[in-house]
Write a protein that binds this ligand. Structure first.
Ligand SMILES: NC(=O)c1ccc[n+]([C@@H]2O[C@H](COP(=O)([O-])OP(=O)(O)OC[C@H]3O[C@@H](n4cnc5c(N)ncnc54)[C@H](OP(=O)(O)O)[C@@H]3O)[C@@H](O)[C@H]2O)c1
Length: 501
């Protein structure tokens, strides 16, 4: 069905399908309208949610005709890549095809039964997208003559945040003529002190308030940036507001808030800077767009839209660089990732990387020291995705190899099975909570232990993997104890009647 329409439970009731194909049809081809992209991302999220709730496996495909650069499709990649972690059963995948693609070949692709895949038919050629780490091989345009100019002005949206201020300090260090920092709120005491420090170093730094996604603000910021009559030479789009939510919980307002700062802000900056001779037009994207990120489907999608916009600008001969950053330590919104064991970018290393990326003129770069095997370890569905096959090996069919189903089959009684399952669930919860030493009994509420929606996704994925069966997402909330879940699982496995909640 066309992605312009919503998939509803009624569609599924009447057809009982093994798969659903959402087609980005011609009417959807308004790539540069970030609102269209937001609508399509929301519909795709809703479709994934619906399919994930079905008792049987039902695969989702997004099918996309045409080969032109389309940020809407890039945004959908961010959604699909995150679904691989949270809703592996749906195996959300993307296929691109052209007028010359044979319908039979396309049909064969849609019958593919493996892990999530992003693939393309170009004529008779078929390719699968794979992540290959290493230095980028090519630059698309020659880098600017001067990296930073004393007779140029620079605009930083989100300029009072962690990375915005670091970028400002870097520009000042390189001798930028004037810098305009834009944010919605008044600067914090810390940001004020940093701005003062830059001014004391002789820099011309001005701060203005405004929402970059609101009509007229980007134009105002450009005017203010150039008020010392220095031409605008660089734009750094650092505005963004992180709002974590699992796919099961994403509502439209969450998506809209993220979209406003990121995608609509970038689009407003594109329009407001048209006609200016810029050296740099830089988008602070996230590695979430490339790898997907559990609990951050909207963030991944909005950043992926930025990546697509950078590609589109390059195709128009305009400067653009999108950097898919990993998490930074010490400053900014990503510091908490250190607690999740993620390797971090230090401010010195990150600023140095920014300079090298801009100096080389790369259009799109992911910069992240992340250990992919560690990152995907709790999410076998994502680890199996075709995107990661080069790095993690082909894990298709390589499930946990858990011996639990067998042990349950061979147990002498339901009482024995109950103990096995309760212990297993408790071990999983303990691992998710970072090896907590808290006492967990079969009747301890997992919610009071700190089971949030992201941890619930992890628990569900762990149980599905070790038991080789599908677990209803909602059951973790209606039976949030090891005993309650054990009861439900044993019933589903046909061992005994389910007890009322
Ligand atoms: N830090 C990281 O580890 C990391 C990693 C990957 C990607 N990134 C991306 O890099 C960018 C900067 O990150 P950060 O760590 O510096 O985040 P941050 O410290 O939270 O700064 C973001 C700034 O953007 C401003 N902002 C948000 N929405 C805005 C809007 N609609 N209009 C104008 N300003 C807005 C915020 O201020 P107000 O709320 O006052 O407007 C805030 O000062 C973000 O886009 C982020 O997604 C960061």
């Amino acid at each position: 069905m066309p992605l312009g329409q919503s998939l509803t439970p009624e569609h599924l009731q009447s057809a009982d399908p093994a798969g659903v194909v959402l087609v980005v049809d011609q009417d959807d081809n308004r790539p540069l309208d970030p609102r269209t992209a937001a609508d399509r991302a929301m519909r795709t999220l809703e479709a994934i949610r619906l399919l994930d709730e079905l008792p049987q496996a039902c695969r989702l495909w997004v099918a996309r005709p045409g080969e032109h650069v389309d940020p809407t499709v890039d945004a959908l990649r961010g959604v699909l890549r995150t679904a691989a972690y949270e809703c592996p059963k749906v195996a959300a995948s993307l296929v691109e095809f052209s007028d010359s693609t044979q319908p039979a070949a396309l049909a064969r692709t849609l019958l593919h039964d493996g892990p999530p895949i992003e693939c393309a038919w170009q004529g008779t050629g078929f390719s699968v997208l794979r992540l290959v780490p290493g230095a980028p091989e090519t630059t698309v345009t020659s880098p600017p003559e001067a990296l930073v100019r004393p007779d140029g002005s620079y605009l930083i949206s989100g300029g009072l945040g962690g990375l915005g201020l670091l970028t400002a300090a870097w520009l000042v260090g390189k001798g930028a003529g004037r810098i305009l920092l834009l944010g919605r709120s008044l600067p914090s005491a810390e940001a004020r002190a940093k701005v003062e420090e830059l001014r004391k170093a002789g820099a011309d730094v001005e701060v203005i308030q405004g929402d970059i996604g609101v009509a007229g603000i980007a134009e105002k910021a450009v005017r203010k940036a150039m008020s010392a009559r220095l031409p605008l030479r660089g734009v750094f789009h650092c505005a963004g507001q992180l709002h974590d939510a699992t796919i099961a919980r994403i509502e439209r307002p969450i998506l809209d808030t993220t979209w406003r700062g990121k995608a609509e802000g970038a689009w407003a900056l594109h329009r407001a800077t048209t006609g200016h001779e810029l050296d740099h037009w830089v988008l602070f994207s996230s590695v979430a767009s490339l790898l997907g990120s559990p609990g951050q489907a909207v963030h991944a999608a909005a950043n992926a839209w930025l990546d697509g916009l950078a590609a589109w600008r390059r195709a128009q001969g305009l400067p653009a660089t999108s950097v898919q950053w990993g998490a930074w330590s010490q400053v900014g919104a990503g510091q908490g990732m250190a607690e999740r064991g993620v390797a971090m970018i230090s401010p010195t290393e990150g600023v140095d990387a920014l300079e090298r990326i801009l100096g080389a003129g790369y259009p799109l770069v992911a910069y992240s020291p992340i250990d992919l095997a560690q990152w995907t370890a709790p999410y076998p569905g994502a680890a199996r995705s075709a995107l990661f096959a080069r790095q993690l090996g082909d894990r298709q069919g390589k499930d946990s190899g858990s011996s639990l189903p067998r042990a349950l089959r061979e147990s002498a009684s339901d009482a024995e099975r109950q103990v096995l399952l309760e212990d297993h669930i408790t071990d999983c919860v303990r691992e998710i909570l970072g090896g907590t030493s808290l006492r967990i009994t079969p009747r301890t509420s997992l919610v009071t232990l700190g089971l949030d929606s992201l941890n619930a996704v992890r628990l569900r994925v762990m149980l599905e993997n070790s038991l080789g069966m599908s677990i209803d997402g909602g059951i973790l909330w209606t039976k949030p104890t090891a005993a309650g879940l054990t009861d439900w699982i044993m019933h589903r496995m046909g061992y005994r009647e389910e007890q009322p909640a």
